[in-house]
Write a protein that binds this ligand. Structure first.
Ligand SMILES: Cc1ncc(COP(=O)(O)O)c(C=O)c1O
Length: 386
């Protein structure tokens, strides 16, 4: 195919997922009950070394459900990184609580444990470390600080399904963890999410909150206000197929990420994040930082040139403390978040999915290097890539 566009993300769906969906439809169990849902929850909990997993409608509702289960409410503060997708902070606001932003570590790009204690006040209830772009946050010091101050920890693992931290599974480290199965994620059902936890005491309240607050023993009796955050059995059917194929999906994504790393490491003006020695990352979205002072091309100009070459990219997340709904509460604290600002300014995400060949990744890297040198990649090279 000539001049094919390289998408930032594409779901990896096979005949297995298709057959599961057909089975779900034929069974007539298409709403939020059914065998695929039970199977997915069982298998996902086991894959995260957790006692419990509840499937939910998406990764945002997963975080809200976790916080609601922990009774987060008005007047509470929750410590979050500012370098994350907006859902992490929004879920805190859905509870009427305030996110308090902390800078990230320049090595992991995840919340910096050394900056957390300064942000703790008598109103602080918990910490949400985000395992950003597949790399786990440094959880042991975070858990230690939380323990000393009587805070809970909710892992936002939306971007880090199957990552490990010092040999332990992401999703099993905090009091609760949340996942997303959006179309660009490592496992996907289009829209979808999950909540994992070990403590059986959380289960009943979480199930009730997920299902409108209904008493499990009495239909249409609602002792608490809940939400409809359920997943459908059709979405779970897709996820069961993805779980069966996860080894292959992970291998193929890892192949793409490691090819990017070997091609882009050492190029002047391009910074590649190193994995911490204690981390096994999840091969979600590959990103680099562009140092315009070193290479002469700002990130946004590079993105424009890659777009012209048929390559879709994403800028790194805009730091949440700079966004209109959150600017005010950050300004009141008068702290600076220089690493977050740098990532937001210089970070760019490159296409990462299983359908990319080695030649596709070469084409992206060649185009990136050419743009930094003020050249364009010849169409011939592009044709070879496609
Ligand atoms: C870190 C993070 N948290 C939460 C979410 C929200 O997940 P969803 O899009 O499934 O609502 C996402 C992204 O999609 C994310 O990247």
């Amino acid at each position: 195919m000539k001049n094919r566009r390289i998408a930032i993300a594409e779901p990896d769906l096979s005949e297995l997922e298709e057959a599961n969906v057909v089975e779900a439809i034929r069974s007539t169990w298409i709403s939020s009950n059914g065998e695929f849902l039970r199977r997915f929850e069982r298998e996902f909990a086991a894959a995260c070394d957790c006692q419990h997993a509840l499937a939910v409608s998406n990764g945002t509702t997963a975080i809200h459900l976790a916080l609601a289960t922990l009774n987060v409410g008005p007047g509470d503060e929750v410590i979050v990184p500012s370098m994350t997708y907006i859902a992490t902070a929004n879920a805190v606001r859905y509870c009427g609580a305030e996110p308090v932003f902390v800078d990230v570590d320049p090595l992991t790009w995840c919340i910096d444990p050394a900056r957390i204690e300064d942000a703790i006040t008598p109103h602080t209830k918990g910490i949400i470390p985000v395992h950003l772009l597949g790399h786990p946050a440094d959880m042991d010091p975070i858990l230690e600080i939380a323990g000393m101050h009587g805070l809970w920890v909710v892992e936002d693992a939306a971007e880090a399904t199957f990552a490990t931290y010092r040999g332990r599974r992401v999703g099993s480290l905090g009091r609760i963890a949340t996942f997303s199965f959006y179309g660009n994620k490592v496992l996907t059902s289009g829209e979808g999410g999950a909540v994992t936890f070990q403590d059986p005491a959380l289960e009943q309240r979480m199930r009730m909150l997920r299902g409108q607050g209904m008493d499990p023993r009495q239909r249409y009796y609602f002792p608490i206000i809940g939400f409809n955050y359920r997943m459908t059995n059709v979405a779970a059917a897709i996820l069961c197929g993805q779980m069966d194929r996860r080894g292959q999906i992970l291998d193929n994504r890892r192949r793409v990420v490691s090819h990017y790393e070997s091609r882009l490491r050492g190029i002047r003006g391009v910074e590649v994040r190193d994995d911490a020695e204690w981390a096994t990352t999840s091969p979600w979205m590959f990103a680099v930082l562009i140092d315009a002072a070193a290479c002469g091309v700002p990130r946004d100009e590079l993105a424009r040139q890659l777009e012209a070459a048929g390559i879709e990219t994403r800028p790194m997340f805009v730091p949440i403390h700079t966004l209109p709904p959150y600017r005010g509460n950050h300004e009141r604290r008068d702290t600076s978040l220089p690493v977050t600002d740098r990532l937001g300014h210089d970070g760019i995400m490159l296409p990462t999915h299983t359908l990319l060949s080695e030649a596709d990744v070469d084409y992206v890297c060649d185009s990136l290097v050419a743009a930094l040198k003020g050249r364009t990649v010849s169409p011939g090279l592009q044709r070879r890539a496609a």
